[in-house]
Design a binder for this molecule. Structure first.
Ligand code: AMP
Length: 213
């Protein structure tokens, strides 16, 4: 199964795609996580990407397509995978199609998580992530047991630089202008499945699971 998760920043793509990956036993490929890891390790890609990410802008297509092509080609992706955060532009969508074509594979489903803009800002401003393991928390909806400390590994919780309100607005603009044309792109290919993504995490996971059955 090759499944793509799509939606505005803060729609819950990361949380839901990770849960579905675990349930279906598929590798979870998040371009945001890959870039943050590359940035942490100060690789050439990471340093280049950081200039855009920290401002809330999209990283150039050629950097992204190289990254995802390399990852999809790895052995653990042979039986399928979950894509989270790619494609984010029409150029990336077209390149992905070409990649699938050369792998003689198909994309099975695009899960589009729909959420009102005002909820997005609230979700992102309150989000905190573990500086060590990347686990996500929220100041209101998913509080850690001890303030500022990760429940899973004891690491320090931080706010992502691009989760500051001004950067969130830049990200939402980038989504509207550069990413949202992909809704039509996948609708035309009859792959898009809309899921209302407000409510409890578990409830949304169940809706997605049902849509994939
Ligand atoms: P995310 O964790 O998916 O919210 O991604 C965080 C940031 O990484 C985005 O705001 C972009 O700067 C960058 N990024 C992740 N995926 C892509 C992509 N497919 N194309 C361009 N930039 C991306």
């Amino acid at each position: 199964m090759r499944i793509l998760f799509f939606g505005a920043p803060g729609s819950g793509k990361g949380t839901q795609s990770k849960r579905i990956g675990k349930l279906f036993g598929l590798p979870h490929l998040s371009t945001g996580d890959m870039l943050r890891e590359a940035k942490k390790n100060a690789t050439p890609v990471g340093l280049e990407a950081a200039k855009y990410m920290d401002q809330g802008q999209l990283v150039p297509d050629e950097v992204m397509t190289g990254l995802i092509q390399e990852r999809i080609g790895q052995k653990d992706c042979a039986e399928g995978f979950i894509l989270d955060g790619f494609p984010r532009t029409l150029v990336q969508g077209q390149t992905l199609e070409e990649m699938f074509h050369s792998l003689k594979a198909d994309l099975d489903r695009v899960i589009y998580l729909v959420i009102p803009v005002e909820s997005v800002v609230l979700r992102l401003v309150g989000r905190r992530v573990c500086s060590q393991c990347g686990e996500e928390f929220h100041l209101d909806y998913k509080k850690p047991k001890q303030a500022g400390i990760c429940d899973r590994c004891g690491g320090r919780l931080i706010q992502r630089p691009d989760d500051q309100e001004e950067k969130i607005r830049t990200r939402l603009r980038a989504y509207e202008i550069q990413t949202s044309p992909l809704i039509d792109f996948y609708e035309q290919r009859k792959l898009l499945k809309r899921i209302e993504a407000t409510g409890e995490i578990e409830e949304i996971t169940q809706k997605i699971q049902k849509a994939l059955e």
